[in-house]
Design a protein around this ligand. Structure first.
Ligand SMILES: [Zn+2]
Length: 463
């Protein structure tokens, strides 16, 4: 019997607005505790929330990037629960009328495109942060004191909920990576897991392949890196399969993943939605984004990383397209391609070479192309662009073997050893020049001057 994994994700991202969601306190990471507070975010009686317009606009922008519909009317609700880090006794969130609904997010993979349904993306405020002292690993168990830092309380937070469309921990990782890149490029969040500005919970269950419907799921929380998410999901899948195969019940529960022990521990029993006693926040009017505003924001969404991966994949293959988009080398790559460097060469160039900042990439591309984009030629181009008054030819002169008397015997040997290729070249397959250059480069350990080498080989093949 083969088991299939079913994963849905809930992602929270801090918006990097200058001020908090419902007051004018500045947001900030790593400030002195309790220095970013005011009567509103400390829930003093009689204070009233005022929504942050930028946070609303950025959430709409994110919704558009996720292919969502933007609701003509969204309502803030109170989500009631009592925690020391929630001074109002409720969190202002969105419930049955969120801002963004019903999206699709495409993740290009080696085996084709993965379409992940987006149930919703909504706006809420974050809770403050409780720090437990003297307990094991900062946990409440065994702690002697707990302190609350209200700086984080009221930070705008978007929550994104996916359909259970992911079928492996690896798919979940890819989805998250692309989602994170999208959020970062929209300029709305730093989305850094290690700082807690991006958090992810996973709903995990298993079922037999071909089975309809879903079995009981576990919610995994507090996984604060991409690799922990993968390992946490894998641990849950293993444990659930073992339970099912032993005929034991799988209870719906929430777990924390302990990366050190590679194990799951029960977090707390899952509250049902009713437990929160949601009701519309009476102190706020509904958010009703004008179509004109939505269209303006749509116009501000740039070409997204997912679309660029699809575009580059034609030339580079899926994996290299991913690698390119996830680095900061992409603009250099694009500039080289605009200067007529073939995409594959441009990719190898930007991923392998340290391009000095401020380098004239157009000039670099010209030199690199003139030296046939061999590794040595590229190094020459980079060296030249790093040193004003120093040309690629100077570099080649200094660092490579340019002496024809030294190179000719080597070339003769290579031509003699490859009579078939020589005949094919003379018969019109001139693309084989690269093959001979490559052989010579290999034999010289990349030390031959590519320009001289090219000329000599071309000359000899004429004969
Ligand atoms: Zn405040």
């Amino acid at each position: 019997m083969t088991w299939e994994t079913v994963i849905g994700l809930e992602i929270h991202a801090h918006l990097k607005t200058r001020t908090k969601m419902f007051c004018r306190c500045e947001t900030g990471f790593g400030e002195e505790p309790n220095t970013r507070t005011c009567p509103v975010c400390l829930a003093h009686p009689g204070t009233l929330p005022v929504p942050n317009r930028t946070a609303v606009e950025w959430t709409i922008k994110l919704g558009l990037a996720l292919g969502c519909e933007i609701a003509p009317r969204a309502v803030f609700h109170r989500k009631n629960y009592f925690y020391p880090d929630l001074p109002k006794g409720y969190q202002i969130s969105q419930y049955d009328e969120p801002l963004c609904v019903d999206g699709r997010f495409t993740v290009t993979g080696e085996d084709g495109d993965l379409e992940v349904g987006i149930v919703r993306a909504h706006l809420e405020e974050d809770a403050a942060k409780t720090v437990h002292l003297e307990g094991a690993g900062g946990r409440i168990v065994g702690a002697t004191r707990s302190l609350v830092d209200f700086n984080r309380g009221g930070t705008p937070l978007v929550e994104i909920v996916t359909q259970p469309d992911l079928r492996s921990a690896e798919e979940a990782r890819r989805f998250l990576q692309l989602l994170r890149q999208t959020i970062v490029e929209l300029g709305i969040s730093d989305a850094e897991m290690e700082k807690g500005t991006l958090r992810c919970d996973a709903n995990v269950s298993v079922r037999k392949v071909g089975e309809e419907g879903y079995r009981t799921r576990w919610e995994l929380k507090n996984m604060n890196s991409f690799s922990y998410i993968v390992r946490g999901i894998d641990a849950a899948v293993r444990a659930q399969i073992a339970l099912h195969e032993a005929g034991a019940p799988v209870e719906q529960d929430t777990y924390d993943y302990d990366a050190d022990a590679d194990s799951l521990t029960v977090h707390r029993s899952k509250e049902e939605a009713e437990d929160y006693r949601y009701f519309p926040e009476p102190d706020l009017v509904p958010v009703e984004p004008e179509p004109k505003l939505v269209e303006r924001l749509r116009g501000e969404v740039p070409e997204l990383p997912g679309a660029r991966i699809q575009r580059y994949a034609y030339e580079l293959g899926v994996n290299d397209a991913w690698a390119l988009v996830m680095t900061d080398r992409e603009s250099d790559f694009s500039e080289l391609v605009r200067a007529s460097v073939p995409p594959r060469s441009a990719f190898n160039f930007v991923m392998n070479q340290q391009i000095p900042s401020g380098a004239n990439l157009g000039e670099l591309a010209r030199i690199a192309t003139a030296t046939d984009l061999t590794r040595t030629g590229l190094q020459a181009a980079v060296a030249a662009s790093a040193n004003p008054g120093f040309s690629a030819d100077d570099y080649l002169e200094e660092k490579t073997v340019s002496d024809a008397a030294e190179l000719e015997p080597l070339i003769d040997r290579i031509l003699a050893a490859n009579p078939g290729q020589v005949a094919a070249y003379r018969g019109g397959k001139e693309g084989l020049l690269g093959f001979f250059v490559g052989q010579a480069m290999k034999e010289t350990g990349g030390k031959a001057n590519p320009k001289v080498l090219n000329e000599l080989i071309r000359e000899k093949l004429k004969a």
